[in-house]
Design a protein around this ligand. Sequence first.
Ligand SMILES: Nc1ncnc2c1ncn2[C@@H]1O[C@H](COP(=O)(O)OP(=O)(O)OP(=O)(O)O)[C@@H](O)[C@H]1O
Ligand SMILES: [Mg+2]
Length: 149
Amino acid sequence: MRRIELDGPDATRALGRALAAAVQGGICVLLRGDLGAGKTTLCQGFIEARTGIAYAPSPTFTLLQAYPGKLYHLDLYRLGTADLREFDMEEIMAPDAVLLVEWPERAEGDWPAERLDVGLSGQGGSRLATLEARGDAAASALARLWWPQ
Ligand SMILES: Nc1ncnc2c1ncn2[C@@H]1O[C@H](COP(=O)(O)OP(=O)(O)OP(=O)(O)O)[C@@H](O)[C@H]1O
Ligand SMILES: [Mg+2]
């Protein structure tokens, strides 16, 4: 497990960009943390680095946002509980796709074996990120993650 201190929103976005450079297709990034922990902020950095598109908040009832290059952002907050069978998992978890998930704990069903579990905690002016890989591809992605600490 890697622990990374994030001393403000810019650091959270920078971790998103660093993950975008390290993560290859077929990996699912699950983001856990309380309301306001910084999950979306991290996704912004990831999406902007990967696509060059400035992140825009999704319309209220859009749970799944697709970006060029088979990048998907799933935010399950608005659902009480979700059933993963509601989504086209073959598409969003194709071997060349990358899926970012906020509130993964709301979904029933199995997340892919290759995944990075990212936890965000803390309040006020900083956060602590914990990163844990499951699966060989995710472990190499985490080993490739460049972060100056
Ligand atoms: N490392 C950090 N230190 C301090 N504040 C941060 C940090 N990272 C993000 N924030 C701030 O925390 C607030 C909430 O961030 P964000 O919307 O990304 O949280 P979230 O986890 O997606 O929340 P939700 O559960 O509501 O979706 C924002 O104002 C953001 O700028
Ligand atoms: Mg969010």
